[in-house]
Design a protein around this ligand. Structure first.
Ligand code: ZN
Length: 286
């Protein structure tokens, strides 16, 4: 799933490539992907792209003076920028992985695509981004909070630190992949309880979060939009590296699986050498 660094990079790419151009047409191929009907997609024709930004993991394309195309890419969604499109014909409904297409006046534009059969990419055409339910509920951005704000947000939720860090209402932008990386950098168990974290541990976690996220933003921004996805894996130390050696200590990276996702960690760096119970296995045994 694209997280803060990838979405920031997409916004930066759009600021460079799309801002200043005029929208020729917004085409909708997947009607379930567009969650709003007023204003209609035709309302953006002729509007200038005036900016591009981010709210947590939501991408926000500013159109004209007062419209926003807000997109949540979900797990398998992505934005593909095209210098030109093969056909001037509008997209056929329900065709392939393309959910939406934005055509600009110079012949370029972008497709919002979603791989797989589980479709959860969500786009909203709104006058105010706060009209998007997921945006209005967001906590402060992970890269905008200071150390004390971070401590206050983290302590506002009791639970395991992995779950609290990825709760978008606590902090916006951190997802499954970078939370694995942040906890590894902080040498902290994903199951540590937020209520029991000392001030020193909070400071360590905050610094790890800043470091991991700013490094990832720096790596991602400047890449071409099409190349961003591969870059995410390249910078990872534990996430999606089950069975591989930890680059810090050499121990084998382990995994804990849940129904629909998994987390990775290094036992030596994070849990005093002890493997965490695999929830999926414990459930079967019970
Ligand atoms: Zn390690």
């Amino acid at each position: 799933m694209p997280e803060l660094p990838e979405v920031e990079a997409l916004a930066a790419y759009l600021r460079e490539r799309a801002v200043g151009h005029t929208v020729e047409r917004l085409e909708v191929s997947s009607f379930s992907a567009l969650k709003t009907y007023d204003p209609p997609p035709s309302a953006v024709a002729g509007l200038a792209v005036t900016g591009a930004g981010r709210h947590g993991k939501f991408l926000d394309l500013h159109l004209g003076a007062d419209l926003h195309l807000v997109v949540h890419l979900a797990r398998a969604g992505w934005l593909h920028y095209r210098d030109s499109f093969r056909s001037p014909a509008p997209l056929k409904p329900g065709s392939g992985p393309i959910a939406l297409r934005v055509r600009l006046d110079d012949g370029s534009g972008f497709d919002l695509t979603e791989a797989g059969t589980q479709k959860s990419l969500a786009a909203y055409l709104v006058r105010d981004p706060a009209e998007v339910p997921g945006v209005s509920r967001l906590g402060p951005d992970a890269l905008a909070v200071d150390r004390d704000g971070f401590a206050e947000r983290l302590r506002s939720r009791r639970g395991q630190v992995k779950g609290v860090l990825t709760d978008q209402e606590v902090l916006a932008g951190i997802g499954n992949a970078y939370s694995d990386e942040i906890l590894h950098a902080a040498k902290m168990s994903p199951f540590a309880l937020t209520a029991k974290l000392t001030d020193e541990q909070i400071t360590t976690l905050y610094e790890a979060m800043r470091q991991v996220e700013t490094d990832a933003v720096a790596r991602s921004v400047g890449q071409k939009a099409a190349e961003l996805k591969g870059e995410k894996r390249a910078g990872m130390r534990v996430h999606a590296r089950t069975g591989l050696p930890c680059p810090v200590c050499g121990d084998t990276v382990r995994e804990v699986s849940f129904a629909d996702k998994s987390l990775q960690y290094c036992p030596t760096c994070q849990t005093g050498g002890k493997p965490l119970a695999d929830r999926r296995l414990s459930k079967l045994i019970r």
